[in-house]
Design a protein around this ligand. Structure first.
Ligand SMILES: C[S@@+](CC[C@H](N)C(=O)[O-])C[C@H]1O[C@@H](n2cnc3c(N)ncnc32)[C@H](O)[C@@H]1O
Length: 301
């Protein structure tokens, strides 16, 4: 009781002593400007002698919520936009002479033999008709308006979901008797070379050298073979991390796929082995079609 009384007395005394000095005696009783005012009671707190100690009471406001805006987080870099997929609207069939011929994925060296030919590619610099076959619905061409379709080392760039539709569309736009000529990586050949452990197979040696140069890694024999089925694209227009090869065939399987798409005749062919004059350009310019030791040549109608 005595201690409590003593504390209360001391608090009262201290409060009086600590009253804020609103009036500055040196200024003749004028109210001190806020700038020079003594720190307030709240600011100073109260000091109470307590035995041999001093009790310091100070009211502190709750720390204000930090109203400063946190620096805006840099938005995560959006994945590199893949190109607008189907740009068929820009395609003007009237600039091509009917009946049409179509070259799918011509690459950069092919020269159009006549105005009948329509180049189709995901790369606008290569295609009259710019299409990403992995986001494809249909060719903007009427049924039976095309007499020949050529595609060398391009169908394996389309997913297993895409190719059935692409083959059906090829069938739809081809005239009866029109020919689809495909040159594909010969997956069976690669598998045989892999099983035989043939690291000197020219395709494997090339892939090994390229992996070393591009990615700084030593490819195993399996990785050399795997690129027939799965490989990185690196083609800017497709965006980062796009796949290049994502489908593969042996002869039996391409026959099955093309038959399912509505073709009634599917035959094995050879380099420059077409009886159809439309494809006479084969072998006349740098193309993967020229690599006969690793390509599968097929014609369907
Ligand atoms: C490996 S190159 C083959 C070029 C040439 N036909 C040859 O035999 O050398 C593949 C071609 O298909 C095109 N291509 C790749 N992926 C594609 C896709 N998803 N849709 C449409 N074209 C694609 C490329 O731009 C390129 O012209």
């Amino acid at each position: 009781m005595f201690l409590a009384k003593n504390i209360a007395k001391n608090i009262a005394k201290s409060c009086i002593a600590n009253l804020p000095q609103r009036w500055n005696p040196d200024s003749g009783g004028r109210q001190d400007s806020m700038k020079h005012r003594a720190p307030s009671l709240l600011e100073r707190g109260i000091r109470l002698p307590l035995g041999g100690y001093e009790l310091h009471l100070q009211l502190r406001g709750r720390p204000k919520a930090d109203t400063k805006k946190a620096p805006k987080k840099e938005p995560k870099a959006a994945p590199k936009a893949a190109p607008k997929k189907v740009l068929e609207k820009q395609f003007d069939p009237s600039r091509h002479q009917a009946p049409f011929r179509m070259h799918i994925g011509p690459g950069q060296h092919w020269q159009k033999p006549t105005a009948h030919w329509i180049a189709v590619d995901v790369d606008p610099e290569r295609g009259d008709l710019v299409i990403d076959f992995n986001d494809f619905t249909r060719f903007p061409l009427p049924d039976a308006s095309v007499v020949a379709i050529y595609g060398s080392h391009v169908f394996e760039h389309m997913s297993v979901y895409a190719t059935p539709l692409v083959f059906r569309e090829c069938r739809r736009i081809l005239q009866p008797g029109g020919v689809l000529r495909l040159i594909l990586p010969d997956a069976e050949k690669s598998l045989r070379e892999y099983v035989a452990g043939n690291a000197s197979f020219s395709l494997f040696a090339r892939r090994r050298a390229r992996a070393l140069q591009r990615y700084g890694i030593e490819y195993t024999l399996f990785e050399c073979m795997r690129e027939d089925f799965l490989s990185r694209s690196g083609q800017k227009v497709l965006g980062k991390e796009a796949l290049a090869h994502q489908n593969a065939w042996d002869f039996e399987t391409i026959v099955a796929d093309l038959t399912r798409a509505g073709f009634s005749r599917v035959e094995r062919s050879a380099f420059q082995g077409s009886s159809n004059d439309e494809f006479r350009f084969e072998g006349t310019y740098p193309s993967e079609a020229n690599e006969s030791d690793r390509s599968l040549y097929v014609e369907a109608s």
